[in-house]
Design a protein around this ligand. Structure first.
Ligand SMILES: [Zn+2]
Length: 314
């Protein structure tokens, strides 16, 4: 069984054929030109997919085409309501592609596609209940149970990053206060790092980022690895809020594993050892509740394509 998985990003569109065991073929990619209309871009994509299918002689093997899209979607009608990064509005992507491609086409949110790919074929495979959390500019995530993503009514649920962890806390991008995203995203970590640097002029972090404009999530982790006390405090504080969020997911879903992905997850052992220690210390039910392991993602940028294709693997 083979399906095509497509990952639409802010600057490029990537796709590949994926086997039902998660094995991915050599793929294709095309740039997204912001000055082109959404229709032009999707027509180019459609031709590219058609050529790809012909070149790989997949025409009678394809189960369908799955597409991960960054934005608000109407999945039942195959419409992109709004994609902020692309400035696309009310785009009937499935109808447009069906003008040429005679296959079943399904769309889903791009973060959910990555989570599904990672849960079924990446770090979460072999586990029935998996929570995948992306720690990037924002915090996204999804729970995948028995290979199915929990999306809720109109597939608009699963906003795991917008769980309140501090009532009246820091402002969040969603307009509310105190969401996990406002404490555990790269944006939040950068904000807290800048604050701490201004108070601690002797911190090693000033060597890694001589100006505040250069600060990103790698700065506190880099300095903490070298023992900088200010950076270590920032990391411990970050881990506390992140772990409190993860403990909430544990209490709701009781996953076998939690998979962390996104830029901050690249911090490695310094992050994972602390988060796992925190979860073990505060796990609900003491030793009578199954332990939850927090582990790094393994599929990298392929997760979105594999997850979108996985919509056809049941
Ligand atoms: Zn929020």
């Amino acid at each position: 069984m083979v399906a095509i998985g497509i990952d639409i990003g802010g600057t490029s569109i990537k796709g590949a054929a994926v086997k039902s065991n998660g094995k991915i073929f050599e793929g294709f990619s095309m740039p997204v030109n912001k000055w082109e209309s959404s229709e032009t871009c999707i027509r180019k994509l459609t031709v590219m997919v058609q050529n790809y299918i012909e070149r790989h002689q997949l025409a009678d093997k394809i189960e369908g085409i799955g597409i991960g899209i960054p934005g608000t979607l109407d999945i039942s009608s195959g419409t992109i309501n709004y994609a902020n990064n692309l400035r696309w509005e009310n785009v009937r992507i499935v109808d447009l592609m069906h003008e040429i491609l005679p296959y079943q086409i399904k769309i889903m949110n791009d973060a959910n596609a990555s989570a599904l790919g990672e849960a079924r074929f990446g770090a979460g495979k072999h586990h029935p209940t998996v929570v995948v959390i992306t720690l990037g500019t924002g915090v996204g995530g999804a729970a995948v149970i028995d290979g199915k993503i929990i999306e809720g009514n109109e597939s608009k649920g699963g906003e795991l990053g917008h769980m309140t962890i501090v009532v009246d806390g820091e402002m969040c991008t969603c307009g509310r206060r105190g969401c996990l995203e406002a404490y555990a995203s790269a944006t939040a970590l950068t904000r807290d790092t800048k604050k701490a640097m201004l108070k601690n002029r002797d911190s090693l972090m000033w060597k890694l980022a001589p100006e505040l404009n250069f600060v990103d999530g790698t700065v506190p982790f880099g300095a903490a690895k070298q023992g900088d006390p200010t950076a270590l405090k920032i990391i411990d504080n970050f881990v506390k809020y992140l772990s409190e969020g993860l403990l909430n997911y544990c209490n709701i879903f009781r996953p076998n594993v939690i998979v962390l992905t996104g830029g901050i997850a690249n911090a490695g052992e310094i992050l994972f050892s602390r988060v796992n220690r925190y979860l073990r210390a505060y796990n609900y039910g003491y030793k009578f509740t199954p332990k939850v392991e927090v582990i790094p993602a393994t599929l990298g940028y392929d997760a979105g394509k594999i997850g979108a294709a996985a919509l056809f693997f049941d």
